[in-house]
Design a protein around this ligand. Structure first.
Ligand code: ATP
Ligand code: MG
Length: 270
């Protein structure tokens, strides 16, 4: 796959509120994706994950704030135009055309129209990332497994040679081993220079990301480097389930987890 231009792929959502008609679903969203970064936006059902991605793609109405790609505003522009600027979406539910072959599905992602003459090179680029799709090129997409259909949805998004790839719930309904495999592939795409934003309910995939954001009821409640957010999530879980804010650290350092009070009996240093 052709690497995106080295200056492309810096996506910023600044104070973004968006929704449908008069209904606001997301509020004051602040998300910064540095060029070449991999972020996961975590949220439960109805938190507003899909709406956030749709706002970026010009498919939900942005009522406040700005969304910029490499400093250029995307707000108010049509979806095709946004794809031409370098953003692509692998949508929720995959939405592959079941009666088209794998290759025909991939070709529907060959946007903008001017990219059509490069379709062979673009297909070759996608097949490099997903050799399995190459093997299945002539197969009807409806006969693919869930994991394969997800690869196809991501591959189709890559056909527009984006600098930013948005992936809506890739892990949904897939076995853990397939989720790992898919995210390994997304990490590989990211290493090739594509900025990735994956929205997920699955906390297990956050270790692939350099940044994690948590979306609750349309608002970002946590965000930062993965290790920091993971620690805060861990503390919140401890607090919710164990009734304490965090495991109390032992000032003397790590202890033998098997040790019982009896182990210390008669210790002359105590
Ligand atoms: N087209 C629409 N018109 C009005 N409200 C909508 C529309 N699409 C979504 N919503 C509402 O916006 C809220 C957030 O939906 P969204 O699909 O963004 O959540 P999500 O985090 O992607 O959830 P899920 O994990 O179930 O996919 C929900 O309350 C939903 O009912
Ligand atoms: Mg959704």
């Amino acid at each position: 796959m052709n690497a995106p231009t080295p200056t492309a792929g810096h996506l910023v959502l600044h104070g973004v509120s968006a929704g449908y008609g008069n209904v606001r679903v997301i509020h004051d969203i602040e998300v910064v994706l540095a060029r070449g970064s991999f972020a996961v936006l975590l949220g439960s059902n109805g938190a507003g994950k899909t709406t956030t991605l749709r706002a970026i793609m010009g498919m939900a109405k942005v009522s406040k704030g700005d969304i910029t790609l490499d400093g250029k505003s995307l707000v108010g522009r049509g979806t095709r135009d946004i794809i031409s600027e370098g953003v692509a979406l692998s949508p929720e539910g995959r939405q592959v055309f079941a009666s088209l072959t794998v290759e025909e599905n991939l070709l529907t992602g060959c946007l903008p129209a001017s990219g059509w003459r490069h379709r062979r090179t673009r297909l070759a680029g996608v097949y490099e990332h997903f050799p399995l799709l190459s093997k299945r090129a002539a197969q009807d997409s409806g006969t693919l497994s869930g994991g394969e259909q997800q690869m196809l949805a991501v591959g189709r998004a890559l056909m527009s040679e984006p600098s930013v790839l948005l992936v809506d719930e890739a892990s949904l309904g897939l076995a853990p081993v397939m989720v790992e495999h898919l995210f390994e592939l997304l990490a590989q795409i990211n290493k090739a220079g594509v900025t990735v934003l994956a929205v997920e309910q699955n906390v297990a995939v956050t270790h692939y990301a350099d940044h994690v954001y948590v979306l609750e009821q349309g608002r970002i409640t946590m965000g930062g480097a993965t290790a920091d957010v993971a620690e805060r999530l861990h503390r919140d879980i401890a607090s919710a389930y164990l009734g304490r804010s965090s495991p109390t650290p032992d000032p003397t350092g790590p202890t033998d987890p098997q040790a019982t009070p009896r182990d210390h009996e008669g210790d002359p240093h105590e």
